[in-house]
Design a protein around this ligand. Structure first.
Ligand code: F6P
Length: 523
């Protein structure tokens, strides 16, 4: 069994949506809210303490119905079932797609090629737990017997962005270990990290699913040379561990077998932070908190599998995105988390979404004649308001926004948090309401600028009617972060499913890798 292939634009539902889109003259969100007092509630979805409000989109009840019909007609349910069951839905690489098994907290067997993979996942989690506890408590020591103070994660792409983002996002929960990340092959990156480190007290995690990535291997070799200035080959086992699906190559680098954590081909790099690729996370916050992250993701997995389409957060958000991308021709989506802890969230999401859905050939191998893969960009609020939000408010482009926020701050600084969230809500309001000519006129008059009205008025008008979604949790925790990431993973899957593409390969990136390799071996 495999994912069906069907051009979404040829479905009945798409034709209905097209007709609805074409009949939308004079459509302003302001009126949608005026006409329906229940709109906000009707367009709000919940999962535990997560609330998603998508009422501020150019969507009517009919459009919502049409969007749901689209996934019904395409039989999304069968796609979801196939993914969770471990069918080889990554067809071009002949692999299952089972990041969800990594957070399967029920131990229900999941089979890949007839083998139940749950025992191996549980063994690896147990190994991560023991190792993390030993490093944190100082039982595991460096080659001279000193306790570990610093950890360096060496990896790139999925072996960097996910762990880096989570470690940064959860630093409120962190212990004494200082975690560093080296990804770029730019030698200055590694030298900046190494300059303050002591080889005796530093643990190096070489994270590479393939153990074949130029950047990671070059950085690992450079680090090894730096380490061997003070230590011997024998000492490597005390300060280096590897996470890889390529156990042989990890061993040939000199990593002791007991220090190798497995990875599997049925987990894509950009979906791998839940595996031992997340070892830096477990070291940074402790294994119990790492498990809470898995629990959060698992909650979202259950929601995604069980909820009706119209109540299903990843499904509805993917549909809204398809509506904005394929009907309103939005080229990009901006993501603005109102939490400084989520500074690394957008780069993580860029790989997740754009490496997955940046495809132009459908599942039957034919060229596609509609847009796929939104361009994701953004930054934290309120900083974003003083950088690029002008273009979203008053520019010529149609740019849907995802605002992410939390009801409570972690340190409990209420005054700051109220200001932060006032900005969060105000942005969404301003985008959809805008400011009419009459309002701008009155505003200028009230400010004593009546004489400036003829010249200033056009610049003070905001068209409004700009779409945004808000995603709010009670507070940032391992659990809520797990839910947030899993939500975007599933949204990405649903988008790819609708666009009739394969979301789990990345041949585009691999071509660049091959070419760089060729030009290096020539010179
Ligand atoms: O960036 C391309 C890519 O292939 C990603 O998919 C992957 O996450 C990254 O390289 C790193 O690969 P590896 O973990 O095998 O070193």
């Amino acid at each position: 069994m495999s994912l069906s292939t069907q051009n979404p634009t040829q479905t009945k539902a798409w034709q209905t949506l097209k007709a609805l889109f074409e009949s939308k003259s004079g459509f302003h969100m302001r009126n949608l809210f005026l006409d329906d007092e229940q709109r906000e509630e009707k367009y709000t979805l919940r999962c535990e303490d997560m609330t998603v409000n998508f009422s501020k989109n150019r969507i009517s009840d009919e459009v919502k119905k049409g969007l749901v019909s689209l996934v019904e007609e395409l039989d999304l349910k069968s796609g979801i079932d196939q993914m969770f069951k471990g069918e080889p839905i990554n067809v071009t690489e002949e692999r299952a797609v089972l990041h969800t098994a990594l957070r399967n907290r029920s131990s229900t067997p999941i089979f890949v090629d007839g083998v139940n993979i749950m025992p191996e996942i549980e063994r690896t989690l147990a190994k991560m737990k023991t190792f993390s506890e030993e490093v944190i408590t100082g039982t595991f020591r460096g080659f001279t017997g000193e306790k570990i103070t610093d950890v360096v994660n060496i990896g790139i792409g999925g072996s960097d962005l996910g762990p880096r983002m989570v470690v940064d996002a959860l630093k409120f929960y962190a212990n004494h270990l200082k975690i560093h990340f080296v990804s770029n092959v730019d030698g200055d990156h590694i030298m900046e990290v190494l300059k303050d480190l002591n080889p005796e007290t530093t643990l190096f995690l070489i994270v590479s699913k393939s153990f074949n990535t130029q950047e990671t291997l070059s950085n690992a070799e450079t680090i090894k040379r730096w380490f061997l200035k003070d230590a011997t080959e024998e000492d490597i086992q005390h300060n280096f561990v590897a996470v890889s699906a390529n156990l042989e190559k990890a061993a040939s680098f000199g990593i002791a077998a007991k220090n190798v954590f497995p990875m599997w081909n049925w987990v894509g790099g950009r979906y791998s932070l839940w595996s031992a690729v997340g070892l830096s996370i477990s070291l940074a916050i402790g294994f119990d908190k790492f498990e809470e992250l898995l629990d959060g993701a698992n909650l979202m997995d259950q929601h995604f599998q069980e909820k009706e389409y119209a109540e299903n957060i990843p499904v509805m958000m993917a549909l809204v995105s398809v509506w904005n991308t394929n009907f309103y021709q939005a080229d990009t989506e901006v993501v603005v988390p109102y939490s400084q802890y989520l500074t690394q969230f957008v780069p993580f999401l860029q790989q997740l979404s754009m490496e997955s859905n940046g495809k132009s050939v459908d599942r039957a191998g034919n060229p596609i004649n509609y847009q796929t893969g939104a361009i994701i960009w953004g930054n934290t609020g309120t900083n974003a308001q003083h950088a690029f939000m002008q273009l979203v408010h008053q520019g010529t482009r149609f740019i849907p926004v995802d605002f992410i926020g939390f009801h409570h701050s972690l340190y409990g600084n209420q005054q700051h948090h109220e200001m932060l969230m006032a900005n969060f809500y105000a942005q969404a309001e301003a985008l959809y309401l805008g400011k009419s000519e009459a309002e701008a006129h009155l505003d200028l008059k009230t400010k004593g600028l009546a004489d400036k009205i003829p010249t200033l008025l056009p610049f003070k008008v905001f068209e409004g009617n700009k779409p945004s979604n808000s995603v709010i949790f009670d507070r940032l925790s391992p659990k809520s972060l797990g839910m947030l990431i899993a939500f975007y993973e599933h949204k990405t899957f649903v988008q790819g499913f609708i666009w009739n593409i394969f979301s789990f390969d990345q041949f585009g990136v691999e071509l660049g890798k091959e070419m760089a390799h060729k030009s290096l071996t020539k010179s």
